[in-house]
Design a protein around this ligand. Structure first.
Ligand code: XMP
Ligand code: MG
Length: 181
């Protein structure tokens, strides 16, 4: 059987490192939200594994909602951000934490967080597994970040290349011959 792992050039962040960091982030969130019953808003599809891993460690009262936001096509940011229908009554006067896989230019999170602020949340913070600081274009100040990574296109642990590789248990970089040019 051929494994998708054969397409991986290098592992950037191991499963164990992700698990350890999620436990640390959960401690921080516990301190900040233990009495607030916040809503974790999981941004589909990329943030699914990260959200699930966080759930292993979050022990306080909380709710989960999901939203679909799309901005990438293949390896390129399209610049436009699409948000599917969402019942904004759910988040009115609530503490909301946007859960995202990766911040690149920051445009996706900026547009999403601005929209939720307009819709009357009580507070809004960002929890992202990865950040590429050298590419950040807009002021965002994400409060909870798993790892800062260099400017490389990464896949795995929810992150995809043309919808593939989300099921890798770690974050890695693809072999150049796998990528269509
Ligand atoms: P912006 O530029 O809006 O981009 O901050 C954030 C969104 O772009 C996707 N993205 C990536 N997806 N590997 C991926 O699989 C990457 O290296 C990468 N960089 C950005 C991601 O969907 C995120 O929501
Ligand atoms: Mg995403």
């Amino acid at each position: 059987m051929r494994s998708i792992e054969e397409d991986v050039l290098k592992v950037l962040i191991t499963k164990e490192e992700i698990d350890e960091r999620c436990a640390e982030l959960a401690e921080q969130l516990h301190r900040d939200y233990q009495d607030e019953n916040p809503i974790f808003l999981c941004i589909l599809k990329g943030a699914m594994p990260f959200m699930a891993k966080m759930l292993d460690h979050l022990k306080f009262k909380m709710q989960i909602e999901c939203i679909r936001v799309k901005s990438y096509d293949g390896m390129n940011s399209t610049g436009s951000v699409k948000i599917d229908d969402f019942n904004f009554d759910l988040i009115k006067d609530r503490h909301v934490i946007l859960v995202e896989d990766i911040i690149d230019t920051g445009l996706t999170m900026k547009k999403t967080s601005d929209l939720f602020k307009e819709k009357g949340v009580k507070s809004l913070e960002i929890l992202a597994l990865l950040n590429k600081p050298v590419l950040n274009k807009v002021p965002l100040n994400p409060k909870y970040i798993g790892f800062e990574i260099p400017n490389e296109f990464v896949i795995g642990f929810g992150l995809d290349y043309d919808e593939q590789y989300r099921n890798l248990p770690y974050v890695g970089v693809l072999k150049p011959e796998v990528v269509k040019h």
